[in-house]
Design a protein around this ligand. Structure first.
Ligand code: AP5
Ligand code: MG
Length: 232
């Protein structure tokens, strides 16, 4: 790891870092690693919903058909879940948001929630990857159905076939990763989530990264960008 990145990681995050980007842009992959390096929670609304679905909760029963159709879960459900999570003590030194906010009302409410927390100004980082590349990435993706670890037939597969390196859970394909659902998720993204990017751009809180490079290069760029912010 280069010096600027080491210096960045030597300081606490103390902010909400929001990863934006299309389905398959690499939000989860990068968010997990940055959260691990800064030792802050990784809050993925998609992972939270998948956990509810796996446990068969009422929330999970409501979210499942919506997720499998490639549409968005209603704002009030997502917001209640995020508000409860962000209020927990472990978020006090900052956190990494992945898959949230995804609509303008979610972004606006998040600003209100953050205004009550003693954190630096939130930063949104948009991972830029074109639609055809994400369709290819998602076709190759597998995840652990227990801890959510992310694998890829192209880049990184578990050492033992079908078995998660992290927790030994089963490595499977996500039910919403069928190509027809992925195309719908992309349409939903362009229609409902792109305005969120503009929301942060207008407020001077947006940075953009070329997400089409390999995982290590994107991570390097992301840490370099955080290092520059700490040094300002
Ligand atoms: P969610 O789980 O958030 O899905 P998504 O936004 O569609 O994003 P993905 O998880 O598909 O992609 P990613 O960007 O995390 O990519 P990853 O790192 O895995 O949401 C699922 C559903 O839940 C939604 O459709 C909605 O119904 C509901 N939902 C969730 N949040 C909501 C909200 N806020 N409001 C309303 N509804 C909500 O990478 C993809 C693959 O590429 C992997 O195989 C990975 O290994 C590989 N890869 C990653 N980076 C690279 C790279 N640089 N080069 C090559 N391969 C790479
Ligand atoms: Mg994800």
């Amino acid at each position: 790891m280069a010096d600027p990145q080491r210096r960045a990681l030597a300081q606490p995050l103390l902010r909400a870092l929001i990863l934006l980007g299309a389905p398959g842009a690499g939000k989860g992959t990068q968010a997990r690693e940055v959260a691990r390096l800064y030792d802050v929670p990784h809050l993925s609304t998609g992972d939270m919903f998948r956990e509810h679905v796996a446990k068969g909760t009422e929330l999970g029963r409501r979210a499942k058909p919506i997720m499998e159709s490639g549409k968005l879960v209603p704002d009030e459900i997502v917001l209640a879940m995020v508000e409860e999570r962000v209020a927990r003590k472990d978020c006090a030194a900052g956190f990494v948001l992945d898959g949230f906010p995804r609509t303008l009302p979610q972004a606006e409410r998040l600003e209100e929630i953050l205004a009550c927390l003693p954190l630096r100004r939130a930063l949104a980082v948009n991972l830029l990857v074109d639609d055809e590349a994400v369709v290819r990435r998602i076709a190759a993706r597998r995840i652990c159905n227990s801890c959510g670890a992310i694998y890829s037939a192209g880049e990184k597969m578990p050492r033992v076939e079908g078995k998660c390196d992290v927790c030994g859970g089963q490595v499977v394909q996500r039910p919403d990763d069928r190509e027809d659902v992925v195309r719908q998720r992309l349409a939903t993204y362009h229609e409902q989530t792109r305005p969120v990017t503009e929301f942060y751009r207008r407020r001077g809180q947006l940075l953009e990264l070329d997400g089409s490079r390999d995982i290590a290069s994107v991570q390097h760029e992301l840490l370099a960008l955080l290092a520059r912010l700490h040094e300002q």
